[in-house]
Design a protein around this ligand. Structure first.
Ligand code: HEM
Length: 193
């Protein structure tokens, strides 16, 4: 039994993607997203692409059966409003080909882990966005925490994610889904940096 097998599913996903996350974090910060609004807009366009990719997950009835508050978790409308706040136009859908969301549920769970987990780091980004006059009401709406608080919102997500029974093959697909989601975010960053 390896060390990862001792962990909860969420802890294992974190352990298996920490290096990727750290590289992503460093890549974003190296491009100084909060130095000025033009830089922020570049970051926003990449985030937009990723959240647009993730958006169909929030309409998936099989996921809604697992996560009762699924619909409230979506951020597409908020990031679209952020782009409008900054007087930028929404990127064309063919900037990167839209994903076909014909994913099986285990793969989709890996994607959900990444998009929901990214709300944790968003707390730090929201604070930094304040230096540009941006807030959860203007330009940085998609970085806002849930009304009940980020920690509680995340704990509730994790409780469901960790409680789902998956076979070993499905578990592997969930990990692959999480890795694919991080890769996709990097692909969006390739378009703006
Ligand atoms: C500069 C940008 C970013 C910074 C500074 C950052 C920072 C952080 C921090 C500090 C946490 C841990 C928060 C906590 O434990 O309370 C976190 C969690 C997480 N972030 Fe990021 N993040 C960034 C971008 C992203 C992006 C773009 C994604 C995905 C597209 C992402 C995905 C995640 C995930 C999945 C977690 C949850 C890890 C867990 O299982 O606990 N992050 N981030």
């Amino acid at each position: 039994m390896n060390a990862v097998a001792e962990l909860s599913r969420t802890q294992a996903l974190k352990a298996l993607t920490t290096d990727t996350h750290d590289q992503l974090d460093k890549r974003i910060m190296a491009n100084k997203p909060f130095a000025n609004r033009d830089n922020y807009a570049r970051f926003l366009i990449a985030q937009y692409g990723f959240l647009r990719d993730c958006d169909p997950l929030y309409d998936n009835p099989d996921l809604a059966a697992l996560f009762p508050d699924l619909a409230e978790r979506r951020r597409y409308d908020r990031i679209a409003a952020d782009i409008t706040d900054l007087e930028r136009s929404l990127p064309e859908h063919d900037t990167l080909p839209a994903l076909e969301h014909t994913q099986d549920i285990p793969t989709a769970l890996g994607w959900m882990y990444v998009t929901e987990g990214s709300k944790l780091g968003a707390a730090i980004l929201l604070k930094m966005a304040a230096s540009l006059g941006l807030s959860e009401e203007f330009g940085a709406r998609h970085l806002a925490g849930a009304p009940e608080g980020r920690a509680k919102n995340w704990r509730e997500f994790v409780a469901v994610l960790d409680g789902i029974t998956l076979s070993a093959t499905e578990e592997t697909r969930a990990v692959a889904g999480a890795k694919a989601a991080f890769t996709r975010m990097n692909n969006h960053l390739d378009q703006v940096y």
